[in-house]
Design a protein around this ligand. Structure first.
Ligand code: COA
Length: 339
């Protein structure tokens, strides 16, 4: 089957080209990347060019290219039974492998690429199951697999890595059926995001989770566009409020997920929904937040970068101290995402 160019919100996955050698060397020379995955750091631009001509010329091997800059910053691909992988891999199954340059770690870019590759595996290539393996202690790779719906399958000990040392490798697996069910559930919850135009204050308990002073919410709720994510019984799970702040500039004023549904990806789904919905009428989406590690890393993971700081915002506008992650908030940090 001809190799496609695949796209996601933030990425283009396309075949490697020799002209990528410099970019590839920039990231793949870093000893933090290859050895943990079982391959040696690249030694020169020439070495990287050779790898593009050989290893990366394999079908279904993609350069992970940032849409924003056009630069390849990692690699991801699907391998089909080449004998190197788990002894348990059957005909009609595949294995996904990936890495990304250290400056881009922690932004959820590889999970985004892997989600797209899974659609390629099951929808286009007709695979019945996909495997993914990580060497003992590579928890960051295990997290990618968990986020993409893989389940632990088995562990193989005494495996000689391509670097020649002996390691323990853990395998995770995702069947087509599991993937279809998960996609169905995702679509279900996406469908259930609705715009609310009347009686917006009925969602005050949720809105107060995102912005804890009612008088501050009153400053934007009426002019803002309110979205609510409902579960199957029409119970609200998450809210978001977006306001128009200028020509082509919208701001996410409030985003909150009910406590019992937090850490399940709903906030991210809400952000993706807003990004898609506002893509046609806005070029920049802003989001202001307190300077807490948890929220700033959430926005960075979803493609936001630092924009500016409004000093003393929380201490000036709120009638009580706002504490998040055990930290007293003072300045408002603005993030921006180009749409
Ligand atoms: C594994 C890897 C591809 C993850 O890609 P990514 O796009 O950073 O994925 P995520 O943003 O979802 O982060 C995954 C996990 O990495 C860890 N992580 C994130 N940022 C990190 C950083 N700066 N330093 C160390 N670990 C970090 C976190 O545990 C995170 O999980 P969390 O979101 O639950 O906190 C990347 O770390 C990598 O290239 N590692 C080296 C090569 C490799 O191991 N490949 C896989 C071989 S099996």
């Amino acid at each position: 089957m001809e190799q496609n160019i695949l796209t996601t919100d933030r990425l283009i996955l396309r075949p490697w080209q020799e002209a990528d050698a410099e970019a590839l060397y920039r990231y793949a020379q870093d000893p933090a990347i290859g050895p943990i995955a079982g391959w040696p750091p690249h030694t020169s631009v020439e070495d990287s060019r050779h790898i593009i001509r050989t290893v990366f010329a394999a079908p279904e091997t993609y350069a992970v290219v940032l849409k924003e800059t056009g630069e390849p910053v990692g690699s991801a691909g699907i391998m089909l039974g080449d004998g190197l992988h788990s002894a348990e891999m059957q005909e009609g199954e595949g294995e996904i492998g990936y890495w990304i340059g250290v400056p881009y770690w922690g932004r959820g870019l590889i999970p985004e690429a892997v989600h797209r590759l899974l659609a390629r595996c099951f929808d286009d290539l007709g695979l019945t199951a996909v495997w993914c393996g990580y060497y003992d202690s590579n928890t960051q790779s295990r997290r990618v697999m968990e986020k993409c719906g893989f389940r632990p399958h088995h562990t193989e000990t005494g495996k000689t890595s391509p670097l020649g040392d002996v390691r323990t490798e853990h395998f995770m697996r995702l069947t087509r059926e599991e993937w279809k069910n998960a996609s169905e559930n995702r679509r279900e919850s996406m469908k259930k995001i609705t715009r609310i135009t009347h009686d917006k204050k009925q969602y005050l308990p949720l809105l107060l989770l995102g912005d804890e002073q009612e008088s501050m919410i009153d400053r934007y709720l009426e002019r803002g566009e309110l979205y609510v994510m409902l579960d199957k019984t029409d119970h609200p799970m998450a809210v978001a409020v977006v306001t128009r702040e200028g020509d082509g500039v919208y701001e996410l004023k409030n985003l909150a997920v009910t406590p019992e549904r937090q850490r399940q990806g709903l906030g991210g789904q809400m952000l993706d929904f807003i990004a898609r919905r506002y893509r046609d009428k806005c070029h920049t989406l802003l989001a202001g937040t307190g300077d807490s590690q948890q929220t700033t890393s959430f926005y960075r993971k979803h493609g936001f970068t630092y924009s500016h700081t409004v000093y003393g915002f929380f201490t000036r506008h709120y009638d009580h101290p706002i504490v998040e992650d055990g930290k007293l908030l003072d300045d408002m940090i603005y993030f921006k995402k180009p749409l």
